[in-house]
Design a protein. Structure first.
Length: 85
């Protein structure tokens, strides 16, 4: 998104088009697209890394809940006292 904004700003600054501005326009175009590609790749890598961490955290939480349930089932409940009449 950032790269495309840079590209749009550079194109918007053109007053009128002539051949001498085409090389400058192409340079700004490739710069803007390069920034867009870089930010996309960083976002994808960050998404993958965070997804892996979230999966690990979810598995740990599931294991913790299962262990708590297993421990609770293994505990003996204290005997109930008879209710006074």
């Amino acid at each position: 998104m950032i790269g495309f904004c840079i590209l749009a700003l550079n194109i918007g600054q053109l007053q009128n088009f002539d051949a001498s501005q085409s090389s400058e326009l192409l340079k700004s175009l490739t710069t803007g697209l390069g920034v867009a590609l870089l930010t996309t790749m960083v976002g994808l890598v960050a998404n993958i890394l965070l997804g892996l961490q979230l999966t690990r955290l979810d598995r740990y939480a599931d294991r913790l809940v299962a262990d708590c349930q297993r421990h609770g089932l293994q505990m003996k409940a204290p005997p109930r006292e008879a209710a006074a009449p």
